[in-house]
Design a binder for this molecule. Structure first.
Ligand code: SAH
Ligand code: SF4
Length: 342
């Protein structure tokens, strides 16, 4: 059955017209869905029973069945494994840090990109999520936080899947969550992370959106990057960086490059130097995070000393770099790690 979250407001409005209902019913439903986080048809006591029943017959309100929830030992990270209507699994993670409540959500069940170090890549592609399934992950946590008078502050598409391999549904979900009459979540508070699908980056640049963009780079020469991220064969580094420059020129926005630091693989001063030379002059920032080791890959996390050295080299060339902590490591909060375990 179609999800109620698959509809945008104009579609809901047309549906009301089709069903012979007053147009304002659409707003009544929309506001309760996205301002009160109501998630079952029975809750809609603000509309007639007949309409409530008709909605229940035609739409699913419960997109996600919670299968497993894990809290990190410091209580700051919650990871949920959800079952979709067809039994597929996805993950979403809430990370609380200072005043931020950042959600990491999925765009696909599995992933077709096959990055060797990634648990999601290791499980292969299952299917695209609908826009409503993407929206529902945010609504799930919005309700959880609402109950403690708190709110989601940021949403990153860094869970399972490659968002630009499911471009239309991902952007439709962001637009729906962005709707000022509904959830009203600002575009600048979203970050899309991509493995580097060049045509999609170009398309995204041309749309001149306010959404943040992160690129999973992970290696500074094509041989190494292809060995880790097979997609690099199709879209090698120079082509990828050209598309990134296009994005920066079109939007004036800074790009983030992600780098999973793997011991003795991509954490060397040589890689750092080559990276710095390639990024010179770009409006960008490098986000480095020690690798979260996975079952299907023998690489290990870098050490603190090597990570610091990597950062120093980049900074000596004027490239800003942050070393991130591995948050929620004790609950397999890495991409796809819980789903592959279960
Ligand atoms: N498919 C998108 C978004 C999901 S992955 C992408 O690849 O960008 C989100 C981030 O987690 C990416 O930067 C990815 O390279 C990184 N990642 C995947 N597996 C990881 C691991 N085992 N350790 C550290 N980072 C990992
Ligand atoms: Fe897919 Fe991203 Fe994992 Fe690569 S890192 S396999 S693109 S989810």
């Amino acid at each position: 059955m179609r999800l109620i979250y698959d509809l945008d407001l104009p579609e809901l409005t047309s549906l009301m017209i089709e069903w012979g209902e007053p147009v304002y019913r659409a707003h009544q439903i929309w506001q309760r869905l996205y301002r009160q986080y109501w998630n079952s048809s029975e809750q809609f006591t603000n509309i007639p029973t007949s309409l409530r029943d008709r909605l229940a017959e035609n739409f699913e309100f419960q997109a996600l069945a919670l299968a497993t929830a894990l809290n990190s030992s410091d209580g700051q990270t919650v990871k949920s494994l959800f079952k979709l209507q067809d039994g597929r699994s996805i993950e979403a993670v809430l990370m609380r840090y200072e005043k931020r409540n950042t959600l990491c959500i999925s765009s696909q069940a599995g992933c077709a990109m096959g990055c060797v170090f990634c648990a999601t890549g290791q499980m292969g592609f299952k299917r695209n999520l609908s826009s409503g399934e993407i929206v529902a992950q945010v609504m799930y946590y919005a309700l959880m936080l609402h109950k403690e008078t708190n709110v989601v502050t940021n949403v990153v598409l860094m869970g399972m899947g490659e968002p630009f391999h499911n471009y239309d549904n991902t952007l439709a979900a962001i637009d729906r969550l962005n709707d000022p009459q509904g959830y009203n979540f600002g575009a600048r508070r979203f970050t899309i992370s991509t493995v580097g699908l060049v045509p999609a980056i170009r398309r995204f640049a041309a749309e001149k959106r306010q959404i943040n963009l992160a690129i999973s780079l992970h290696a500074a020469d094509d041989a190494l990057r292809t060995s880790m991220l097979p997609v690099n064969k199709r879209y090698p580094i120079e082509e990828l960086l050209a598309a990134c420059r296009e994005y920066i020129a079109a939007t004036g926005r800074r790009i983030t490059f992600e780098w999973a630091l793997i011991n003795e693989v991509n954490d060397t001063p040589e890689q750092a130097t080559l990276l710095a030379k390639r990024l010179k002059g770009m409006l960008c920032h490098v986000n480095a995070i020690p690798l979260n080791p996975t079952q299907g890959y023998s690489g290990q996390a870098t050490t603190r000393e090597r990570a610091e050295k990597f950062k120093q080299v980049l900074e000596s060339y004027g490239i800003p770099c942050t070393i991130r902590l591995r948050r929620g490591i004790d609950i397999q909060a890495g991409c796809g790690q819980l789903a592959s375990k279960v």
